[in-house]
Design a protein around this ligand. Structure first.
Ligand code: 5GP
Length: 130
């Protein structure tokens, strides 16, 4: 079981954003910027492009909804999307509110946020979804 499957199962805590039958979104624990979200399929697949066409479409449409909410909450130019998957072998899309292209650099130092800051960010995105 991947660490992300354990998050979906509730065995490992996360700052949850949203969930559908097939997809799940939560805050990245080592964010590049405030509001860095991960969108994942519930089915445990390592490589994004090993998802079925339908699963990939579902995940992308789910990510679109989350990105629309992020755009409302953060005063960003755009929400950037990235797929790496070099650390966790469970397909995921990074959604990153961008002020400039530098915000998408994964070699940047990660933000250290307090639990209260994470909770507030997650609550703000959740509120913007509804
Ligand atoms: P990648 O696999 O795309 O290279 O990176 C995996 C991402 O997942 C990283 O940005 C990392 O901070 C995030 N991550 C790894 N483990 C956890 C975790 O247990 N909880 C959360 N919320 N994010 C995680």
């Amino acid at each position: 079981m991947t660490i992300f499957s354990r998050i979906i199962a509730g065995e490992i805590p996360c700052y949850k954003i949203a969930e559908t039958e097939n997809c799940f979104a939560f805050l990245d624990i080592n964010p590049l910027v405030k509001g860095h979200v991960l969108c994942i399929p519930k089915r445990e697949v390592d490589y994004l492009f090993d998802l079925t066409d339908q699963e990939l479409c579902d995940l992308q449409l789910f990510a679109k909804k989350i990105a629309t909410a992020q755009k409302k909450v953060f005063n960003c130019i755009k929400v950037g999307e990235a797929v790496l998957g070099l650390e966790v072998p469970h397909a995921h899309i990074h959604l990153i509110p961008m002020q400039s292209e530098k915000d998408m650099l994964f070699s940047n130092p990660k933000l250290k946020l307090t639990p209260e800051e994470f909770e507030k960010i997650a609550a703000d995105i959740r509120a913007a979804l509804s």
